[in-house]
Design a protein around this ligand. Sequence first.
Ligand SMILES: *Cc1c(COP(=O)(O)O)cnc(C)c1O
Length: 397
Amino acid sequence: MSTRDNDSNIGWIADELKHLHEAGLYNHIRTIESPMDAWVQIDGRRLLNFCANNYLGLANHPRVREAAKNAIDRMGIGPGAVRSIAGTMTLHEELEEKLARFKRADACITFQSGFTANLGTIPALVGRGDVIFSDELNHASIIDGCRLSRAEVVRYKHNDVDDLRRQIEAVTDYSRRLIITDGVFSMDGDIAPLDRIADVAEEYGIMLMVDDAHGEGVLGEGGRGIVDHFGLHGRVDVEVGTLSKAFGVVGGMVAGKQIIVEWLRQRGRPFLFSSAMTVPDVAACIEAVDILQESTDLVDRLWANADVFRQGIKEMGFDTGHSETPIVPVMLGEAPLAQQFSRQLFEKGVFAMAIGYPTVPQGKARIRVMNSAAHSADDIEQALEIFGEVGRNLNVI
Ligand SMILES: *Cc1c(COP(=O)(O)O)cnc(C)c1O
């Protein structure tokens, strides 16, 4: 690899990139040439889309598009400042009030993304001398938020409440304590046992935080999230969510007790030091909440589609692991097989991503299928047929 003399200080990056290519770990990014929807255009071809977190089809919903356009005419684009200086508009407050009401929470605060919601929230709750009990499969943004906090991080076995209890008993030297779990785990589509975790948190007097990015707009009555799913209103201190997945836009939120939201307005660093969500984003999110508040149709259709897909794929003899949500992993074993499977799906008109080590453990490579309310019954049927063809081609079924 040749580097110019004045690039010698960054020559190591070229070496690292070369290693990624050689190990088959280089991330090749596809470009979508159409709106995000049930079908997308890639390299000039139309494909059935099973990759997006656009669970409810809101990313290209006519009402959401219209709301963003109207808001631009009334309020412009940029917020112009961080929230605490001059960036809070009536729109931001309207969104937070509507989200709190929708989720049956006391209060809500929005962030620029789910990622920054975690980076802002965790260090505001714990610091040096404190301890965090964190599920071993928690999302990268939780891991980074924990690191930023400088609290000690104790990992417990995935969804294992007995192990959580053992870890809590083993740590005797601490100041404050916090339990954190994903709500829905994005690679397996399984749900955290939040009811039993809440029991443990109460028994030991520990703060409890759930990151419900994949459950927001999906779980609970009409998509009200994991706290609503388990009927735990008032028993979970912090519910982090995203507006970037089922809500179809971009943004993050924290719903929960009034005092925690008030604290985050004082101490949430991305809230204090990074500009607010833009006008069209906020207006689009408000419309998305209104749509969900009016009817459970989209959420019902999402679950119906996911059930038909999961059932159909199992009947053909595929293994769907622990999936209990619209995230359906089709387990294949080794990463090269999963990649080959994904390529053949792509050739036949289905866009579904292969996921392998290190995102999931060795030998647990899979195609991760993201169902959506945007898919029609015909779309699901067509996808199942193509999965069957590829599965038989590759001797998986
Ligand atoms: C996707 C995801 C996030 C990040 O949300 P963004 O709004 O895209 O930043 C955070 N936590 C979990 C568990 C996620 O799945």
